[in-house]
Write a protein that binds this ligand. Structure first.
Ligand SMILES: C[S@@+](CC[C@H](N)C(=O)[O-])C[C@H]1O[C@@H](n2cnc3c(N)ncnc32)[C@H](O)[C@@H]1O
Length: 272
């Protein structure tokens, strides 16, 4: 695996996906984001960091939970995501601090935040262990961190998207995508990093697409393979679309698709 290449593919891929991201993903990711926020149990006046914040689907509810006397910081590898969340915050009158930062190398001093969150971001990071260690480092003693990832490959009906793309453009999109969501991997990663009282929840979900176009848009243009996909010519697009729809054919439901999925959400606390 080429970590540098993976980072570039992620950075510029999410730049391309940023504008379409909420349209395709806001509803589908909600169960994982809600559980993450529930486990974070944010209180008025607290400081919270949302790592890989994207357009702020978790950041804004977190901002509401900590209130005007709290502090909300969002970081993401993609410049376009940071531009997007900054614009949305201005529109909504939310006071937050947003900056482009790699989850593996956060630019905060030790023990800065009451809570560190990362929703559906760790699968894209070349070294997830290092990113979780960073979550621990920036969390205050006695504070907590919560992360959500996609679950095991066998329980995610859309998983063929990665080999379908890789067969057309060698891209190191995210070679270890399902690793953290398998078995106890994410909880073990938290424990290894030094978190205490680690608890994990696994939830099943259904990705509900009203049409084939919606299923294709979410998977190709609106997500992590967007950079590789942008390099496909028309023939490659057509064949990749056909192959992907074939891979989810068992989940056809009328004109659309109901594709099974799974999330894992883990919480840990930093010792006092
Ligand atoms: C599926 S989105 C999740 C966004 C948001 N947390 C949410 O729940 O809607 C994944 C995000 O991870 C970001 N990302 C990918 N690799 C990253 C890295 N190494 N460091 C920080 N962010 C990263 C992407 O730019 C993208 O915004």
């Amino acid at each position: 695996m080429d970590a540098k290449l993976q980072r570039r593919v992620q950075r510029y891929g999410w730049d391309k996906a940023a504008e379409q991201y909420e349209k395709f993903w806001a509803a589908q990711l909600l169960p994982a984001q809600q559980l993450l926020l529930e486990l974070a149990d944010l209180k008025l006046g607290e400081s919270v960091l949302d790592i890989a914040c994207g357009t702020g689907l978790v950041t804004f509810p977190a901002a509401a939970a900590v209130g005007g006397n709290g502090r909300v910081v969002g970081t993401d590898l993609s410049e376009e995501m940071i531009k997007g969340i900054t614009a949305i915050a201005a529109e909504r009158g939310v006071r937050g601090e947003f900056s482009r930062q790699d989850a593996e190398q956060l630019e905060f001093t030790d023990g800065t935040f009451d809570a560190a969150l990362c929703a559906l971001g760790l699968m894209y990071v070349p070294d997830g262990q290092r990113a979780v260690r960073e979550m621990l480092r920036v969390t205050k003693p006695g504070g907590r961190a919560v992360a959500a990832v996609w679950g095991a490959r066998k329980n995610c009906g859309w998983a063929e998207i990665f080999p379908i793309v890789e067969r057309r453009v060698a891209s190191d999109v995210c070679p270890l995508f399902f690793m953290l969501g398998s078995g106890d991997s994410l909880a073990d990663t938290f424990a290894l990093a030094g978190f205490e009282n680690v608890e994990a929840r696994r939830i099943t979900t259904t990705l509900d697409y009203a049409s084939a176009e919606e299923a294709l848009g979410a998977s190709f243009a609106g997500g992590p393979v967007a950079l590789a996909y942008s390099r496909f010519d028309d023939a490659a697009r057509e064949s990749a679309h056909a192959e992907y729809l074939e891979s989810v054919a068992a989940f056809r439901d009328g004109a659309g698709y109901k594709v099974p999925g799974e999330f894992v959400v883990v919480r840990g606390t930093r010792a006092r």
